[in-house]
Design a protein around this ligand. Structure first.
Ligand code: G3P
Length: 216
């Protein structure tokens, strides 16, 4: 399973990249706003800065919702850097635009996916990635990981090439469950990635080894 970091924060992206396990980055308008990035030029420059840090796919989301607007915006985003993946919402014109992008050699990430039906549409349109929002499904009282398993089953059964990118990840356990359920990629906040490191027996064991090492 590939690891992406789900943030627009450059310091966190650098920290995750320095770990040596980072395969890419996902952003969205909310994450960009959180970093105080305002205006098209600043946003495009920020994507370019992210691409300079990480050698991997970087999702950049369109804010247009009509076919023509999505295509025009996507072309501009894709021109920023070869690693840019155009992130498109799961709406009717979005599906149409994903088909246009896939027919024209532009990679996409279909976002805001909450059902298997939406996941089938994204795959049929030729999305490179599809992003089911695990945490938000959990928030609404359903099981987000069930959707990852269902999508993995359907994609394998029908040979769809679209990669399942588990998104809206909130914890280290989510990452493990996403790997078990067959996600190809997991995009996570830095805290969830670092949470995978933690185990009290590791700390206790290391303290003992270091103590015994003094006797050598
Ligand atoms: O990857 C999508 C993500 O940014 C949404 O996460 O926690 O706002 O549901 P969250």
């Amino acid at each position: 399973m590939k690891f992406f970091i789900d943030t627009a924060n450059l310091a966190q992206i650098k920290e995750a990249n320095d770990l040596g396990i980072l395969d890419g980055v996902t952003t969205n308008p909310s994450l960009m706003a959180k970093e105080g990035i305002n205006g098209k030029d600043a946003i495009y420059k920020h994507y370019s800065d992210i691409c300079e840090i990480v050698d991997g796919d970087v999702s950049a989301e369109v804010i247009s919702t009509d076919f023509k607007g999505i295509v025009e915006e996507g072309k501009v985003l894709a021109a920023i850097h070869p690693n840019i993946i155009v992130k498109v919402p799961m709406i009717k014109d979005g599906v149409k635009a994903i088909k246009w992008f896939s027919s024209n050699g532009i990679k996409t990430n279909c976002t805001l996916v909450f059902s298997a039906g939406q996941a089938i549409l994204a795959a049929k349109a030729g999305a490179t990635y599809v992003s089911p929002f695990v945490g938000r499904i959990d928030d609404s009282g359903w099981d987000g990981m069930e959707l990852i398993s269902q999508m993995s089953h359907i994609y394998t059964l029908h040979g769809y090439k679209t990669e399942i990118l588990a998104a809206s990840i909130r914890s280290a356990l989510h990452i493990i469950k996403a790997a078990e359920a067959g996600a190809d990629v997991c995009t996570c906040p830095l805290d969830s990635i670092l949470g995978l490191l933690k185990h009290p027996l590791t700390d206790i064991g290391l303290a003992k080894f270091l103590e015994d090492a003094k006797k050598l």
